[in-house]
Design a protein around this ligand. Structure first.
Ligand code: NAI
Length: 214
């Protein structure tokens, strides 16, 4: 499968396809045409066909897509069965919410450790894991070799911590800290999350729709 040829916008649509197909599976549907899937997802059928062609098709002319097969294939591309080891740093309001409310396993990840520098949090159990002090981080990483770190710490702490984590073998950051990490290694992946950006996009769209109505 030619993974190198896949554009980022297509990759970004895959989790959504995966989620929709999971819902269709739950409705006991077996097959779906690109047209129907497009209608349900608010995309065009040609967009869907184009996206799936990046991975070698999947569908059959006039027959549609087998939902379970398609979901499994997209899941394999996304690596949902790989169970990448993840640690979370910063068990404050956001960190606890992310650890507790997000099903890491469904997304190909396994949350294996939570760390915070605040002594009052040490020993507290969140998402089935005991929050650990930062001085245990290095030994923990050597032992369990997590590959991804979720950063739920304030901006000012992010770069130093990221440098430390890189030295401990972390290869991917899910970065909530609102700080643009400086990492000079093309093999390290940083996914920045800004919930506020999403809200601003919503607000903008609301205003522009209102303006159009006038
Ligand atoms: P919080 O203050 O409740 O939690 C932060 C936690 O990080 C605390 O438990 C603190 O002890 C810990 N911490 C701070 N420095 C640390 C370090 N160097 N090493 C280990 N632990 C450390 O704050 P909250 O509300 O959980 O937010 C955390 C960060 O996430 C903030 O910077 C906030 O601006 C940001 N945020 C980002 C969002 C996004 O969409 N990206 C949404 C909400 C918050």
């Amino acid at each position: 499968m030619a993974k190198q040829a896949i554009s980022t916008p297509v990759i970004r649509r895959l989790p959504r396809y995966y989620r929709f197909l999971g819902e269709l599976e739950a409705e006991q549907m077996e097959r779906i045409s690109s047209k129907e899937l497009a209608q349900r997802m608010g995309l065009s059928a040609s967009q869907i066909r184009q996206d799936f062609n990046c991975f070698g098709g999947f569908g059959q002319q006039g027959y549609g897509y087998n939902i379970s097969e398609l979901r499994e294939k997209i899941g394999n591309i996304l690596g949902v069965n790989e169970k990448t080891g993840v640690i979370l740093i910063g068990a404050g309001n956001l960190g606890k919410a992310v650890a507790t409310h997000l099903d890491f396993r469904k997304r190909g990840c396994r949350l294996v450790g939570i760390f915070d520098r605040n002594e009052e949090l040490h020993g507290v159990v969140t998402a089935g894991l005991t929050i650990q002090p930062m001085h245990r981080l290095a030994d923990f990483c050597r032992q369990y070799q997590p590959e991804v770190a979720v950063l739920c710490i304030p901006k000012g702490a992010a770069q130093e911590l990221a440098d430390q984590l890189l030295a401990l073998g972390i290869r991917g950051f899910w970065n909530f800290s609102h700080f643009d990490l400086r990492i000079n290694n093309p093999h390290i992946i940083v996914e920045n999350v800004h919930l506020g950006d999403s809200l601003m996009t919503l607000a903008y769209c609301m205003h522009s729709t209102e303006k159009e109505k006038k």
